[in-house]
Each structure stands twice: as C-alpha cells, then as structure tokens.
Design a protein around this ligand. Sequence first.
Ligand code: MG
Length: 292
Amino acid sequence: MLGAIIGDICGSIYEFDPVKLNDFTLMLGDVRFTDDSVLTIATADSILNNKDFVINYKKYANDYPFRGYGGRFQRWAWSKSLEPYGSYGNGSAMRVSAVGFYYNNIDDVLEKARQSAEVTHNHIEGIKGAQAIVLAIFLARTNHTREQIKDEIENRFNYNLSRKLADIDKNYCFNETCQGTVPEAIIAFLESTDFESAIKNAILLRGDADTQACMAGAIAEAYYKEIPQYLKDKAFEIIPKEFRDILDEFYKKSKLRSIHNVSINIERKNNGYYKILQNTISKGFKFISDFR
Ligand SMILES: [Mg+2]
C-alpha cells in the first residue's frame, strides 16, 4: 500500500507535465500527495475499522480537499448524494490497493474490490479495473511469477497485457478511464526490474502519471517486497500523521493476517507423512511437499 502512495507522490509533478527523459530521479521537485493517496488511505481505514466506503470516501475528500480529484468525484463528494454515478474512471482502481494486501483468498479480494468500487464506480469497467489491480497485488504478494500474473489478469479481465511499453508509447495520451490506464499500469510493472523501474515505467507512459505510478507501485511493492529507503523516508516526510498512523496499523494487522498463516493446509496422511497444500488463486489447493 505504501508503494501506491509513493507512486502517487513520485508521479504528482508529471500528471500535466510529462517527463520526456528515460533516465530521471524520483521524488525530485515539488512533489505532493494527491487524491490517489488520500483515497488509498480511506480504503485502508474502511477495511481496518469497518467503516462504510461511501461515508469514508466523502469524509477523506472533504478533510483533504484540492488534491486533484476527478470532476465527477469532487461533485459527488461535496454533494449529499450517497448514490453511485456509473463511473468507469480510474479512481476505483487507484484507491483499492489495500484490499489486495489485506485479504487472503481470491474471492474475498475480488468481492471487497467490487464493494469499494461500486459505491461510486458502478460501471462494469470501473469494477473490473479495481479487481484487476487487487488481483495483480494478491498474486504478486503470494509469490506468483510475472507470467502467471499476466495470464490470470488477461484471462479474467480480457485486458491485452501482451503489448510492450515501447509500442504503447507511440500512440498513448492522457486518459482517465480504467480500461485505458489499468492495463498499461500493469504492463509498466510487468516490464520492470525493481520497484523504482516500475514507477518510472508508469510515469514514462506520459499519461495519468500519478495514478498509473500509484497502481504500478502497489503491484511492484507486492512483487519485489522491498522499497528503497529514500523513497519511504520522503513519502513519510510528505504525508500527514493520520496517514502514517493508518499505514502503521495496516502493516501490523495485515502481517498478522499473512497469507502464510491462513492459506497453507496440512493434511495428515496414513503413512505418517504430512501433506502440505497451498491455496493458490482460485484453483484450489496445490500440493507442495511431504514431511514427517
Ligand atoms: Mg491524483
């Protein structure tokens, strides 16, 4: 989840002023946290403290105004309406990463992503975008390979992840839809070699830089399992104490709920051996090894 916030902060200065150099340093200039970070924290707070998504998204948007919210979301947040507005914007996908880190089976991950999306983005593409991001995070943090992540997302969501960044770059331009940014952010991760390069790849798409770096950063955090210290330090310097507290609580609780505690099933066999099975994605238990 911190990976999403770091991606947002790193991309914040490039959203309307795309970077053109292939080699650039992250966290330079007048970086700030934007709506992506605010609503990512709101999602985590909802999960941790059982708070309604609708109420919490409105509360955070009002507590942290003028952070680059999309026009329709802003109007909704400032209105009295508690109804969704049929959006397929990438707001549902940018705010959802906590779900992918917190829940320990694929059905819960996809269902919670749907719930968090549909309070505003109750369009099929809006829900799909959120689910694709959390599924990528879930598979990455449960040690699936890049190829497995790519195949699973392509099969489930019908996104084309076989394109290369170099090809996308030729025609890509600013886009705020799920279907026009989520697959590309996933590709930015798929072509990365470490956490930093995932963020840079996303920014170099020269599209919705903060949001795409936010999504790629979350998947990269789950996959590489480490974030360079200077990025963490800078992010913690920028975000408010309330965000830092929620992050601390989130990491403590999600570690306790770790996949390693809940998804391994051990069966006693007649010959005195134990059989270890691991619950992988939705395909049931997979045999790992025997031990006595
Ligand atoms: Mg933003």
